[in-house]
Design a protein around this ligand. Sequence first.
Ligand SMILES: Cc1ncc(COP(=O)(O)O)c(C=O)c1O
Length: 417
Amino acid sequence: MSQHLALLGGRPVRERPFTSWPIFGEREETRLLGALRSGHWGRLDGKEVAEFEERFAAMHGCQHGIAVVNGTVSLRLGLMAAGLDAESEVIIPPYTFFSTASAVIEANMVPVFADVDLGTFNLDPRAIEAAITPRTRAVIPVHFAGQVADMDAIMAIAARHKLLVIEDAAHAHGASYKSRPAGSLGHLASFSFQSSKNLTCGEGGIITTNDPELAAACRSLHNCGRIPSGLWYEHHVISGNYRLGELQGALLNAQLERLEDQTKTRDANGQYLAGRLANLPGLHPQQRPDFCTRHAYHLCMLRIDGQAFGAPRAAVIAALRAEGIPCSSGYGFSLPAQPMFRNRAFGPYLPGVRDRLDYEQVHCPNSDLLCREQAMWLEQAMFLGPRDDMDDISRAFEKVFDGRAALADWSRREGTT
Ligand SMILES: Cc1ncc(COP(=O)(O)O)c(C=O)c1O
């Protein structure tokens, strides 16, 4: 007997909240107070950011870490550090946060979109190959939702075409690929510590690399173009002050101690839930190739085929929320359809090529399908609780599936798609 959906007046599957985010306690208070009382609040005279850079880089298989103010700046500085020509082409996925593209434009380079794979939601190496032109100089694979892109294939393409590879690891703290950490797989990597991220200090970012020359260039770029042997008021390249502050560094040092356990919990819960949801018709959790040895589950993302499931995505999301399961449909449209691209609102950037750039002609059908009809997101903090929480999520999906006929009627009445 199917139970009455909460959306239609029944009792919700879950009436308790999931784990809230961020998680903090005495260790954050102690570190923060230490930094506060030291009176050294800036990176130049404190110890917190320097310590964090070393620890975070080492945890991610890297010799160098350069902490910066956010995960957008880290992408841009990475591109600038490589000394690429103005208006070089940089291949990126269309299914990612705006910053992956805006950082390219703010480095005065041209974003070129290659579609994602519908199973893994990550850049498809074949689409990268197809997007390469004589002007391509770099590629930014995003480890979407916290699952590393197919880096061996991407690095092989990059080697053949002499491309710089910057991992956008904003979702992928602690993730691994063939047991190698995210952040150590490309030439450079960029992480974000913005509030929603798996490791956070409110706002922050870091560049990781094993290349000493790129590291030195990033360090100079994040510090007004200074060099270690130079005078204080001596500036060698155009840049600004993108240094992370000590209070953020202190918070990150405390939060970092939680990361390993939290990552293990998210991965175990996420894998368990994905396994259970895959049994329902029309639901396709993110495919996990063998090379994914650890998923960071910044998001548990799945595709819903509304026809096969029996009710459209918007109705399913409304029904799940009513059952006490927070979820969303994620990005409303692919990046090339953003007004910024449609209107070529590039500010002072790309003066030499802007007139020939026509993003209306760019089509990424897999990304469009995810945005318009199929993607569903569950956020990382939900995966930090006990296994029972996963059972509640799974029971709610099963209940909504059982009630799909009534839900489809509701959806027709409400006009949801
Ligand atoms: C994939 C991706 N890249 C880059 C960023 C930018 O990070 P930040 O918000 O720290 O600038 C984000 C942040 O949401 C992101 O999701």
